[in-house]
Design a protein around this ligand. Structure first.
Ligand code: MG
Length: 190
């Protein structure tokens, strides 16, 4: 699969953590691409050579990449709305370190449980908080996917960001195969 990683709000906030994810992903046969919403900035010097870098100049990232024949399967972003909407690329997100990271389950965690488990363990060891945010109903429970176990939040189809906000949870970084659903209710489709 192809994993898209935002530069300004994600990779730049903790290069050691996210470069580890890139390395783990490449080792497991996945591809990664790093993007920045800013205008034509130069690629960060420490990216692995197999990882492409692209500036999207404030345009909706998915459209910008699709126009170049690039179709990420999973998106990692501090501002998920920037994936499908044009946005102000001058506003660089202020991602704290350590951060709170929300990972989707279906289509994300399930695509490579070993990858996301390893990454989660490493992220937690560096002081980050990790939770699973799934659109599933609570009765449709999933097994705790990692040891030590991490919280699982069932949004029952509610927009994930709104649902978590109501619980006082404000993830800094989202990992999701369908980022449009983070900010929008989506019935029972996940
Ligand atoms: Mg999903």
């Amino acid at each position: 699969m192809l994993i898209s990683i935002d530069y300004d709000g994600v990779l730049a906030s903790d290069p050691e953590l996210w470069n580890r994810l890139i390395t783990l992903s490449l080792r497991r046969g996945h591809k990664t691409i790093v993007n920045s919403g800013r205008n034509e900035i130069s690629p960060p010097s420490k990216l692995p050579p197999e990882t492409a870098f692209i500036s999207t100049s404030g345009r909706a990232k998915s459209r910008h990449l699709e126009n170049r024949g690039i179709h990420p399967d999973i998106w990692i972003d501090a501002r998920p709305f920037s994936i499908h909407n044009d946005f102000d690329a001058c506003l660089i997100p202020d991602t704290p370190k350590p951060a709170q990271i929300a990972i989707d389950y279906d289509g994300t965690w399930t695509t490579d449980r070993e990858l996301w488990s390893s990454f989660t363990r490493y992220a937690i060891s560096r002081g980050n908080q990790v939770l699973i945010a799934t659109g599933r109903e609570k009765q449709d429970r999933i097994d705790p996917p990692v040891t030590p176990s991490i919280p699982i939040r069932y949004t029952s189809g509610m927009a994930k960001s709104d649902f978590l906000k109501n619980l006082g949870i404000h993830p800094d970084i989202w990992i999701d195969d369908k980022p449009a659903l983070i900010c929008r209710d989506f019935g029972l489709v996940f």
